[in-house]
Design a protein around this ligand. Sequence first.
Ligand SMILES: Cc1ncc(COP(=O)(O)O)c(C=O)c1O
Length: 384
Amino acid sequence: MFAERYRNRLLSQKQAGLYRLPPEVTGKEGKHLFFAGRKLLNFASNDYLGLSTSDELRRLVSENFRRYGASSSSSRLVSGNYAVINRAERAYADFFGYEEALFFPSGYQANLGVISALFEKGDKIIFDKHIHASSVKGMVLSGAEFQGFNHNSLPHLKRRLEKGKPAYTAVLTESLFSMDGDLLDVRGFVSLKREYGFFGIIDEAHAFGALGDRGRGLGRGIADVAVGTFGKTFGLFGAFVLLPGALKEYLFNFASPLIYSTTLPEAHAASALDLLELIDRCDDGRKKLREVSRLMREGLRREAFQVAGEAHVIALTIGEENRAAEISKGLLAEGIFVLPARYPTVPMGKAMLRISMMATHTDDDVNDFINGVKKVYGKYEEVC
Ligand SMILES: Cc1ncc(COP(=O)(O)O)c(C=O)c1O
């Protein structure tokens, strides 16, 4: 019975152009990816500053694992609350300008754990319709009432707020949106927060390390809680939540993804400490990332492509799901790795190529990408 249901579901995924199987990658080296026996230019990585394969981070992380061992071997609440983790969390709170920080095994667990623990029946969560799936799952698990506002539309958020009870209303949004690549209107958000006094959670997964003064993101001094991941600009894995001290205490007691999961190893925390120093001195990398991202956006727009995005995440709108998949496949032949984002990651009929830029991309890489897209896009239109 079950087998038949799964087979039918997979078949309809295929017919709708929504079928997914992770492509097997045999390795990566800076901005390159090894796939199907070829070396490809990677435009699908969240390693925005290129730290993950840098010699310096490789050395630091491997020294930390040699020194501390491979695993924490316990949840944080049993025997996994190591001093180095507390030291790292203190440093993150200080660097990003929040009272406290709390590490999670992943950003998905962080959003799910924080949102499901902090809110409950009787509360209201108002969320940007394009927030990450992990935040959506957290809302659903919380039991709170929730209501979406149109993506990045603060007038729509305001209309939603007019109908709420401010004391029990939370707003969830992102500073740099993971798929659309657009930015939160921070000033508008602050003024609504002042007017309505809601509790604000800003997911800065794609901004921390890459945007803002010293890479400290866009929501400092505004968000009540901010979420960052180590798996993107920081070139590592795991996540950190920045929050008031009282909420950290609360989450130790009520956030089950934290309580019932093996905590990240000491070597991770030691590497997180090393990373803060690296991130702090990456101004040149951030500048390079800004410049190469601007070149890509402007170049694509000059060729009349429909492009969204204001920073290093760029969305090239394709529309129909199968067409986006074909174009991505065609680009592989041109030596370019970029994947289509399709429903349910983005709305149905709004499939796109999600282009992520790295500080290590060059002007030539941008030109190669644009020429490749022009060639494949044109070819595919002829076939249709
Ligand atoms: C906005 C956003 N939040 C959270 C996450 C989850 O982070 P992680 O990959 O560390 O689980 C992602 C990752 O895709 C993301 O894009």
